[in-house]
Design a protein around this ligand. Sequence first.
Ligand SMILES: [Zn+2]
Length: 194
Amino acid sequence: MSTQEKKTENSKKNEEIKVELTDELLSRIAINASPLREDDVELVKKQLGRKPRGLIAIGARCACGKPAVTITSPRLPDGSPFPTFFYLCLPELIVEVSRLEVKNIMKEMTKEIAADENLREAHQKAHDSYIQRRNLLGEVPEIANISAGGMPTHVKCLHSLVGYSLAAGKGVCPIGDKALEMMNWDTSVCHCED
Ligand SMILES: [Zn+2]
């Protein structure tokens, strides 16, 4: 690598991602994504108990309109890379997914992936698609091959995979879809307690 190339790469690394989020781009990122509304940052802050960093859009909403899935910039405002593109923020949903995680079904799902060729391929495809979607905002070299939730070979965090499923719609992330089925999660009703 020449000095010039190195310089370019380094300056790239320090650059905050600034892409205009048109509706067209958002729909390519995730079919259920929507732009930030005026009160979204405040709502997510309340949901998570901290100010969300690098929040750029909402991946999916509760039927009432409250944010259910966050979309975070792959490069945070302080310059650090952030691989987890989709994540849950709706408290009622987080609790449901945590209930599943307590049952330790991630281990079983990982075994299933290892044993079932079709599922393995689908999980790998979900991983590739995750990175492609994130790259629409600009490639971040430090996390070039890193997705989330344990993909492409494991299931480690259902909160990530369920968030991905809700944002991208059914048929993209089979493990997230499966978890939603196990929870009987109905996206057409509001689950909020307040
Ligand atoms: Zn709601």
